[in-house]
Design a binder for this molecule. Structure first.
Ligand code: SF4
Length: 165
């Protein structure tokens, strides 16, 4: 493996959502989370796909479940940051490939919306992930905290008060 194995899929996700969130999370700065959205997320994880094997930890990645066709699944509430979700799953596939597991496919499930998106990793995606990992390392090892992004998504972010209040 050519990159740091310690980067988690959550960090990949935050890289696409907000570099400041990535930096704060990577510095173990955690805010109390008590919103209804967090509760909904927990509920979705606890009550959906109960027959499948859930939450498989492999190194720094945690896969929600693998179905009986070998497809890895990531469960999400809404597609509001769909690009971030897609790269998170591509990272799972890329990481497994580094371990010698080939021909893996992924799927993002939005059970509340009854929507699913299939995800594959192209050779170009693999190169892009290596570049993303380098950029993430550079962001999280910087002493400078990235600025706020002032987007609608900020209102749902656990760091909202830290950033704006
Ligand atoms: S509130 Fe907005 S700027 Fe602050 S960490 Fe969250 S997404 Fe980033």
């Amino acid at each position: 493996m050519t990159q740091s194995p310690a980067i988690t899929a959550t960090q990949i996700n935050y890289y696409f959502v907000c570099h400041r969130e990535l930096w704060l999370f990577s510095h173990q700065i955690n805010m109390e989370q008590n919103s209804e959205l967090v509760e909904l997320g927990k509920l979705l994880h606890e009550t959906t796909y109960t027959r499948e094997k859930k939450e498989i930890q492999i190194g720094p990645i945690k896969i929600d479940f693998i179905d009986n066709k070998g497809i890895i699944h990531e469960i999400k509430k809404t597609p509001s940051v769909e690009e971030a979700h897609a790269w998170q799953v591509k990272y799972y596939i890329w990481y497994l490939k580094q371990l010698g597991v080939e021909n893996i496919k992924g799927e993002i499930d939005y059970p509340k919306l009854k929507k699913r998106t299939e995800i594959e990793l192209t050779p170009e995606d693999g190169k892009e992930i290596e570049s993303i990992l380098q950029k993430i390392n550079s962001i999280i090892t910087s002493e400078e905290i990235p600025g706020t992004i002032n987007k609608s998504i900020c209102k749902k972010c656990s760091y909202y008060e830290l950033c704006y209040v």
